[in-house]
Design a protein around this ligand. Structure first.
Ligand code: FRU
Length: 509
């Protein structure tokens, strides 16, 4: 055999082939936790989703990215687009660090009226508003090293130019002063920037995205105070013809199950002030792996949310050698009246139905103790599971593999709470916090059980009671989980499941 003019002997061919096979298995091992239906960077580090904007049929997703390694480092904005929120096309990095610093989190808007003046020859500018984080200022112990800056695109998000007047909003001396989320406030014909300012939110307004004036502050007495407030979002949502304003505030640490998490407030915004309906702290997701989540801009009345499926407690240590960090599934946020309150509910976007394979449904199955939920072949990952019963009682669902790894989640009647136990789910050694039990209060009421679960290679996301209680956790089994069991509690040995529907999902990679 010859390649070019080189003669390859059978021995050499054997060596080459074995290298190839070895290479392939090393590669396979390195990729074993790669999610199939969640966005991940091709290589290296990602954290927060950024600059999410819908424009001309494309959902743009930018994200905090360090292309130089697998741990957090000098931040860039990575870029991907999708036409259906499920299949993502990786694109070149959009924003690189510069003399003003790293490119931290922020948002992007369609400046339809060209208020910024960046538009040219009738081209509508997309404008990104982000935090410039100056590492030198930080090192020097200054308190003004985070400032807000702009970049714009005149080719529908493909290439970006930083504004030469950056920064547009200077730091007044607040160490944590970042993550601008900008929206057009039609009533007042002005842009509103919602900015995380240590343990407060500060609202700014601008006619042109370049000049900003402070409107008000929110947060001295409301919400979680266990950490720094980051990545906020403000938007209106309608319920029964009435407009409510939702304010999302991510916090790290201080989430209900430790580390990073997202809280929300519902109230009113008059163009200057946000007034919450009450002082209760409510959480978007009680799992530990949904952080820095915000919504797409320019999607009309539909609000689509995505978070970073990770937690700062162990984000730099999770055992994914080829890349680190993933996004949650895209989810739609809606309002619902429950328990006499207006609450947010979260449901995975309907576009996920496009990757559904043939589902298997069973009805009226009586469970005594433990039942293998999907009979026959091992489960394919990823999959969706829908469960319904007339009575919500103690239960546990257990995802398992032949090596004995178990990821257990379910409901505890006594405490009226849902839970996820990942203590025996595979590799939990990289951080002592990872093994902890996570619990979530049942927010919905009524007797019925209603659960939607999405399982990917290394994550579980469950939406209980129509999305009123949500939990998202990652886990790292030694081999893919390929069985799922339903276990009843001691007090209800005769659970009747009205409906169990298992839907394998096509990989979106
Ligand atoms: C949230 C966050 C943001 C910041 C970014 C830096 O995870 O800390 O506040 O802009 O990450 O990467």
């Amino acid at each position: 055999m010859s390649i070019g003019n080189k003669i390859i002997t059978p021995v050499l061919l054997g060596i080459l082939l074995s290298y190839h096979v070895q290479g392939q298995s090393v590669q396979k091992e390195r990729e074993k936790y790669r999610p199939q239906i969640h966005f991940t960077p091709q290589t290296h580090w990602m954290n927060d989703p950024n600059g999410m904007v819908y424009y001309k049929g494309k959902y743009h997703l930018f994200y905090q990215h360090f292309p130089g390694g697998n741990k957090w480092g000098p931040m860039h904005w990575g870029h991907a687009t999708s036409t259906d929120l499920v299949h993502w096309k990786h694109l070149p990095i959009s924003l690189y660090p510069d003399s003003l610093g790293y490119i931290f989190s922020g948002s992007a808007v369609v400046d339809e009226k060209n208020t910024s003046g960046f538009g040219k020859d009738g081209k509508v500018p997309l404008v990104a508003i982000f935090t410039h984080h100056d590492p030198k200022g930080e090192k020097a112990g200054r308190n003004d090293f985070q400032n807000q800056s702009l970049a714009y695109s005149l080719d529908e998000g493909n290439s970006w130019t930083k504004y030469d007047g950056n920064p547009v909003l200077r730091n007044p001396g607040i160490v944590d002063f970042r993550d601008p989320k900008v929206m057009w406030y039609e009533v007042g014909k002005k842009w509103i920037m919602t900015l995380a300012t240590k343990v407060r939110i500060t609202f700014y307004a601008s006619p042109n995205l370049k000049e900003w004036t402070k409107e008000s502050e929110f947060g001295a007495h409301e919400g979680g105070l266990g950490g720094v407030w980051e990545c906020p979002d403000l938007f209106p949502l309608k319920l029964e013809g009435k407009t409510y304003w939702v304010l999302i505030v991510n916090i790290n640490p201080g989430a209900p199950n430790g580390g990073s998490g997202g809280q929300y407030f519902i109230g009113d915004f008059d163009g200057k002030h946000f007034t919450p309906g009450d002082n209760k702290t409510r959480w978007l997701d009680y799992g530990t792996d949904d952080y820095a989540g915000i919504t797409w801009s320019n999607t009309g009345g539909r609000k689509i949310f995505m978070g970073w499926m990770n937690n700062w407690t162990y984000a730099n240590e999770v055992p994914t050698p080829s890349w680190r960090g993933a996004a949650t599934l895209p989810r739609e946020l809606k309002l619902e009246k429950a328990n006499g309150e207006v609450l947010l509910k979260t449901i995975p976007v309907k576009e996920l139905n496009n990757i559904a394979l043939k589902s298997v449904s069973q009805s009226n199955i009586q469970v005594k103790n433990r039942l293998k939920l999907v009979q026959g072949n091992p489960l394919k990952s990823p999959f969706k599971l829908e469960l319904q019963a007339d009575q919500l009682k103690d239960f546990a669902l257990s995802l398992e593999n032949e090596l004995g790894d178990k990821l257990i989640f379910g409901y505890n009647e006594k405490t009226n709470s849902y839970f996820i136990d990942r203590s025996k789910s595979g590799d939990v050694s990289f951080n002592p916090e990872f093994k902890k039990l996570h619990t979530a209060p049942r927010i919905g009421s009524g007797k019925k059980m209603d659960l939607i679960v999405y399982v990917d290679v290394a994550s579980v996301e469950f939406f209980a009671d129509g999305g009123l209680t949500v939990m998202t956790d990652v886990f790292f089994p030694q081999k893919p989980m390929n069985q799922v069991y339903f276990k009843t509690g001691a007090s209800n040995a005769g659970y009747i499941l009205k409906k169990v529907k298992y839907t394998p999902l096509k990989s979106a990679l």
